[in-house]
Ligand binder design. Sequence first.
Ligand code: ATP
Length: 203
Amino acid sequence: MSFTIGVTGGIGSGKSTVARAFAAHGIDWIDADDVAREVVEPGEPALEDIANHFGPGILTDDGHLDRRALRSIVFSDEAERRWLESVTHPRIRERLEAHLARMAATDAPYHLLVSPLLLESDQHRLVDRCLVIDIPETLQVSRTASRDGVDEEQARAIVAAQMPRQERLAKADDIIDNSGDADDLARQVARLDHLYRHPHQTA
Ligand code: ATP
């Protein structure tokens, strides 16, 4: 039986980077963002519901979801955003639960659920411990801007719309400070890997 560590943090904090560092210790993970993309792929019932609701203009020529068009609708319309979530969230949750059940049934000591909305949604109920990846907001902005090729103002707006840093930290069981370099991160991950493998010892 393997237990579930929820990994979360703001945009550009390093959630995927941390997941890869745990993978180097043989740890499996599922990324809620990947699952969220899967449930609206062509052929999925959620995409059919979305096309029926918003009309065929919400699809690209090759039948994929036009994410930019959808974002611009739900960004300015709270009721539409709620409707969209009512269609996608139960399906995301169902798949996450299936992935987690599969990983829980292995001999691994633990596995990860990586999710930007772990604390904002009810996904935190799916995990045994919550690991928050923390960096100062200035670093969040600069790393996001350089990774996504967006300007810093856009990155700052996304950071400002997310859960405040202190609120997130207050909900953490464990914290990784990812403001250092790759070696510093690897050391912190190794320490936590030891803790999660030997939960009855103190770190
Ligand atoms: P998102 O929420 O947008 O999916 P994320 O939290 O998964 O982002 P990553 O994609 O892992 O964040 O990291 C954001 C960027 O910062 C990437 O370009 C990554 O290579 C870089 N990065 C992560 N950790 C470090 C570090 N310790 N030092 C320097 N750069 C880093």
